[in-house]
Design a protein around this ligand. Structure first.
Ligand SMILES: O=C(O)CCC(=O)C(=O)O
Ligand SMILES: [Fe+2]
Length: 352
C-alpha cells in the first residue's frame, strides 16, 4: 500500500527506472545451480582443473569454498564497510570519486546509462596506478590514479589492504587453474598484472521502495580477466543462464566466493569461455553488501586471443585492444548518462 502511494506520487527519480524489458520479474525461485567448487589443497589437481573448465564453459560463473582466505578477514571487511556507508554524506563525499580520480566514494553510478540503486567505494590493489589521460586513441598522456582513504578510522585502511593482498593471491591461483583448463601455462599472463589496475569495490545497496523498477546494478559483463566476489547473506545477484537466457539467482553460500569469467578471459580463450551477463536486484526491507575484486591488467597490455588457441580451423575472433584505453573509455559513462552504449569487447570482434 505504502509503496503504491509512493509510486502514485511518482517520486522515483526517472534516472533509476529500467526500461520494461530489463525490469526484474517478481517470481524466480530456482534451485541453486551455479557450481560450487572445493579448492582444498588435498584435491586431485586434474579433477579440479576439469571442474573449473566445465563451470567456465557452461556458466561463466562458479562459487569456491575452502579457498584459504580466513573467514575473520571477510567479516571485518563487512563491518568496516558498513561503518563507512553509515557515515554522513558530507563525510563520505570527502573521498568522492570524480572524472579525474576514479577511486573513492560514489553514489551516482550508471550501468548502461541507467542509474544503479547503490553506493560504492573503490580502491586500487596497487596504489598510484598509471592510466591513459583520456580515451582518445592519439592521446599518449598518462595520469595517476590514487587511493583516497577515509579519515574516520585507521583500521578501515589496514583491513582493506590486508583483504586486497589475500584476494589477489586467490585471483592468481584461479587464473592459473582457468588457463590450465584451456591447455595454457598457468603463469602465461602473469606479466600482464605487473603494475595492474586491479581494484576492489565495496558495494552498498540500500533498501529500495521500487524493486520492480530499479536495479542495484543493471545487467552488465565485467571487463576484468576474472572477478572474485564476496557477498553477505541477503542475496540479489542474478546470472543470465547461457542455455536459455533466464536470470538465475546466486544463492549466498557461507564463506564462499563467487568467481566469474570476465571479458579478458573471453578474449584470451578466443570465445571458449564467455563473460556472462549478471545484475543485482534490490528489495524493500534489507540492505545488502558485496565486495568484488576486479582482476585488471596494466594499462599498456594488449588483450588478444592466446596464440596457442588460434589456428586455421579456429581463427582469432578478436583483434587486439589496449586495456588502458578500454578502461578510460568505460570510466566516461560512470558519471553521467551518455547517448551511446559503453564500449564492449564486441567492438573488437572480427566479423566473418
Ligand atoms: O553485488 C553483486 O553481487 C555484484 C556486483 C557486480 O556485479 C559488480 O559490481 O560488477
Ligand atoms: Fe559485475
Amino acid at each position: 500500500m505504502k509503496e503504491r502511494k509512493i509510486r502514485v506520487m511518482g517520486n522515483i527519480d526517472p534516472a533509476f527506472v529500467q526500461s520494461a524489458e530489463h525490469r526484474p520479474k517478481a517470481k524466480v525461485v530456482e534451485p541453486n545451480e551455479i557450481p560450487v567448487i572445493d579448492l582444498s589443497e588435498v584435491r586431485d589437481e586434474l579433477s579440479l582443473i576439469s571442474e573449473i573448465g566445465k563451470a567456465c564453459e557452461e556458466w561463466g560463473f562458479f562459487q569456491v569454498i575452502n579457498h584459504g582466505i580466513p573467514f575473520e578477514i571477510g567479516k571485518e571487511v563487512e563491518i568496516e564497510a558498513k561503518k563507512f556507508f553509515e557515515l554522513g554524506l558530507e563525510e563520505k563525499r570527502r573521498v568522492k570519486r570524480d572524472e579525474f580520480n576514479a577511486m573513492g566514494y560514489h553514489d551516482g553510478e550508471h550501468t548502461k546509462n541507467v542509474r544503479d540503486w547503490k553506493e560504492v567505494y573503490d580502491y586500487l590493489v596497487e596504489d598510484n596506478a598509471q592510466v591513459p589521460s583520456s580515451h582518445e586513441p592519439d592521446d599518449k598522456n598518462l595520469r595517476i590514479l590514487t587511493n583516497q582513504w577515509p579519515q574516520h578510522s585507521l583500521h578501515f585502511r589496514e583491513i582493506m589492504e590486508e583483504y586486497a593482498r589475500e584476494v589477489e593471491k586467490l585471483a592468481y591461483k584461479l587464473l592459473g587453474l582457468i588457463l590450465l583448463s584451456l591447455g595454457l601455462a598457468a603463469d602465461k599472463f602473469n606479466g600482464c598484472f605487473k603494475n595492474q589496475l586491479s581494484m576492489l569495490r565495496l558495494n552498498y545497496y540500500p533498501p529500495c521502495p521500487f524493486p520492480d523498477l530499479a536495479l542495484g546494478v543493471g545487467r552488465h559483463k565485467d571487463s576484468s580477466a576474472l572477478t572474485v566476489l564476496a557477498q553477505d547473506d541477503v542475496g540479489g545477484l542474478q546470472v543470465k543462464r547461457k542455455s536459455d537466457g533466464e536470470w538465475i539467482p546466486v544463492k549466498p553460500t557461507p564463506n564462499a566466493f563467487i568467481i566469474n569469467v570476465g571479458d579478458i578471459v573471453q578474449v584470451w580463450s578466443n570465445d571458449k569461455y564467455e563473460s556472462v551477463e549478471h545484475r543485482v536486484v534490490v528489495n524493500t526491507t534489507k540492505e545488502r553488501f558485496s565486495v568484488p575484486f576486479f582482476f585488471f591488467p596494466a594499462h599498456h597490455v594488449t588483450v588478444k586471443p592466446a596464440e596457442e588457441l588460434v589456428n586455421e580451423q579456429n581463427p582469432a575472433k578478436f583483434g587486439g585492444y589496449n586495456y588502458g584505453k578500454f578502461f578510460a573509455n568505460r570510466n566516461r559513462s560512470d558519471f553521467k548518462k551518455r547517448d551511446v552504449e559503453n564500449i564492449q569487447i564486441q567492438h573488437f570482434r572480427i566479423l566473418d
